[in-house]
Ligand binder design. Structure first.
Ligand SMILES: C[S@@+](CC[C@H](N)C(=O)[O-])C[C@H]1O[C@@H](n2cnc3c(N)ncnc32)[C@H](O)[C@@H]1O
Length: 216
């Protein structure tokens, strides 16, 4: 397996980077989030949700539409992303139950202030995190009993290197993890193999990691 190369860019900050991200994702939300939403629908959960790295808020809006009673906390380090996301949610009329907090998933003070959640989720953000082990620990600690942690991200597969993607996508693929690397991280947290599932849905360069806090 090809070696992982950490992403040069952790937070997507600055008007130029945010605009580039928005432009390349604005029109493909349906395919971008298809696998995540299929799994999300199966979870059938409601209540308090924590989203990590919502970026422009395209998924946040879809979740807020699907679950109008859910209270969503969205943690994002980039102030430009937060501003865009707030406007996006407002334009869709679903900003009422969403609060944005500026901060990083590996910041103990911010994470400690958030409370507990029925669902903690994140899409396409994990491969940017500088301290993934710390992040996994904090995220798991945010779950209520029987709460679910659902992290969806790219999967590093060598054949993707031969697909003519742009530089941004290639950087992300190189920085993504393999299922074995995720298992190693979870093992260091003491999470047993039978406590989580890793799915690699079509088109097989995505993976969904699902962990249930069964309170044991
Ligand atoms: C590739 S974008 C994905 C945005 C959105 N989740 C989506 O699927 O379109 C990654 C997002 O994660 C955020 N991010 C990066 N590092 C982070 C960290 N340590 N804590 C929280 N969010 C982070 C970035 O600022 C960016 O908004």
């Amino acid at each position: 397996m090809t070696k992982r190369i950490p992403h040069r860019e952790e937070f997507i900050e600055g008007v130029q980077s945010v605009t580039a991200y928005v432009e390349s994702h604005r029109d493909n939300a349906a395919s971008h989030f298809r696998a995540f939403l299929k799994e999300f629908d199966n979870l059938d959960c409601d209540g308090r949700f924590l989203e990590i790295g919502p970026g422009p808020g395209f998924l946040t809006a879809l979740i807020a539409e699907k679950k109008p009673k859910a209270q969503i906390t969205a943690l994002e380090p980039s102030s430009e992303m937060i501003e865009f996301a707030q406007n996006h949610l407002q334009s869709r009329g679903v900003n009422g139950n969403v609060r944005f907090i500026r901060g990083s998933v590996d910041d103990s003070e911010v994470m400690g202030s958030l409370g507990e959640f029925d669902l903690v989720y994140s899409t396409f953000s994990l491969h940017h995190w500088k301290k993934p082990n710390t992040a996994w620990r904090y995220l798991f600690s945010k779950l209520k009993k029987n709460g679910t942690l659902f992290i969806h991200d790219l999967k590093r597969v060598p054949w993707l290197y031969h697909v003519p993607f742009g530089k941004r996508m290639l950087d992300s693929i190189r920085a993504a993890y393999t299922p074995d690397e995720i298992s190693d991280m979870l093992m260091t947290m003491g999470i047993a193999r039978n406590q989580y599932t890793i799915k690699t849905p079509f088109p097989y360069f995505w993976m969904s990691v699902l962990i249930r806090n069964n309170g044991n």
